[in-house]
Design a protein around this ligand. Structure first.
Ligand SMILES: Cc1ncc(COP(=O)(O)O)c(C=O)c1O
Length: 390
């Protein structure tokens, strides 16, 4: 009997132990034992054997988490990492070599930008950026040594969206590996592999956890690609802890209902704030005036839990807005049950000049709201009263 993804997110579980536990067990162990020297010898001789040796290599709780994400993303296999950045860095290290070229959207998470601009060039890997709003510019950037194309859609924090199918078609034509960071959407909202992406990765720290507790990362894709990545992670060590995997696999049980509520709350706020006199604009993937609204409608089941707006009061307005909030949390994380407000220009991106910020899509009064699961009217009234003071 084929089951719906919502059911699989709940029911796919490690085989029950003799204790007859109902909730999935946690295998908090560093290593595993053998019945004989011969069995141990075999385990080490063949790294394709499906046997647990050491939790840097594999662990049943981590495997349950990986298997669920792979099923939800429509992927053959996966591998988990300690953080989202470890997932991204391991992917680059596995599939790029000295002399290769990577093409990336310029609208990407800050630490990913740092890897591309500061670290990869140290190892002889060059990069080119393109503007998510100008996908036609990608083709001209392709060179004989282009190996990988990287996007976040929707992007953090600008909520730019790209047509996954169109980019994938271009990548296939030129034998380029297409990697999508699906952190903002989650597989409950968008499955990039369905549209041709080769590899999908996540910061599981965000909506997958959903309650701001643990860090984690996960990468899924075809078996042969994941095998290469697995060997890199197994040997270099950015593996996921079984404790974090247990928290995250339990979180996946509620992912679908949470994402629907995050999205309906976000849509409620987006509509209510659209004509607020303190704002120049409001951006949300499923508002018809989002520049890529038609693409969002095609590839996303809902608009997700993040919305942004621009304060007319600029950088100073942003500071006043944050200080006036009574309920929303001031923190840099996102994807929590608790609504969070952040103002990149006065915090994470304060050291950049106005020109540098504009180049990465961060305007002076840009506020990012990670819309939580509180009652939407309570979130709205806190934002509205803080806007009055901005
Ligand atoms: C889109 C995106 N990718 C990757 C990361 C990095 O994830 P982590 O903080 O789990 O390393 C983040 C963190 O905010 C993110 O927003």
């Amino acid at each position: 009997m084929s089951q719906h993804p919502e059911t699989k997110a709940i029911r796919l579980q490690t085989q029950q132990t003799g204790q007859k536990e109902h909730a999935t067990p946690m295998f908090l162990t560093s290593s595993f034992t053998y019945d004989s020297a011969e069995e141990m010898g075999e385990a080490f001789a063949d790294d394709t054997l499906d046997v647990n040796i050491y939790s840097r290599f594999s662990n049943p709780t981590v495997d349950e988490f990986i298997d669920k994400v792979a099923v939800l993303e429509g992927a053959e296999a996966g591998v988990a990492t300690g953080t989202g950045m470890a997932a991204i860095f391991s992917t680059f290290m596995t599939f790029l070599s000295k002399g290769d070229h990577i093409i990336s959207a310029s609208a990407i998470f800050g630490s990913t930008h740092t890897i591309l601009t500061k670290y990869l060039p140290k190892w002889g890997i060059e990069f080119s950026y393109f503007d998510m709003n100008k996908p036609d510019s990608i083709a001209a950037l392709i060179k004989p040594n282009t190996k990988l194309l990287y996007v976040e859609t929707p992007s953090n924090p600008g909520l730019d969206i790209i047509d996954i199918q169109a980019v994938s078609d271009l990548c296939k034509k030129h034998s380029i590996l297409f990697v999508v960071d699906n952190c903002f959407a989650t597989p409950a909202v968008q499955q990039p592999i369905k549209y041709g992406a080769d590899i999908v990765l996540h910061s599981a720290t965000k909506f997958i956890d959903g309650q701001g507790r643990v860090l984690g990362g996960v990468v899924v894709g075809k078996k042969d690609l994941i095998k290469q990545l697995y060997l890199f992670i197994r040997n270099t060590g950015p593996s996921m802890s079984p404790f974090n995997a247990w928290v995250l696999t339990k979180s996946l049980e509620t992912l679908f209902v949470r994402m629907e509520k995050h999205a309906s709350n976000a849509m409620h706020l987006a509509k209510a704030l659209q004509n607020n006199s303190k704002l120049s604009w409001v951006k949300y993937p499923l508002l018809p005036d989002h520049p890529q609204y038609e693409i969002a409608k095609k590839q996303m089941a809902n608009g997700g839990g993040i919305l942004t707006f621009e304060l007319k009061g600029g950088v100073e307005g942003g500071r006043k807005f944050l200080n006036a909030l009574k309920m929303l949390s001031m923190t840099n994380n996102l994807g929590d049950t608790r609504s969070i407000a952040s103002h990149p220009a006065s915090t994470t991106h304060s050291k950049l000049t106005d020109e540098e910020r504009t180049a990465v899509g961060i305007t002076p009064g840009l506020i990012r709201i990670s819309v939580g699961l509180e009652h939407p009217d309570d979130i709205l009234s806190d934002i509205v009263q803080a806007l009055e003071k901005s």
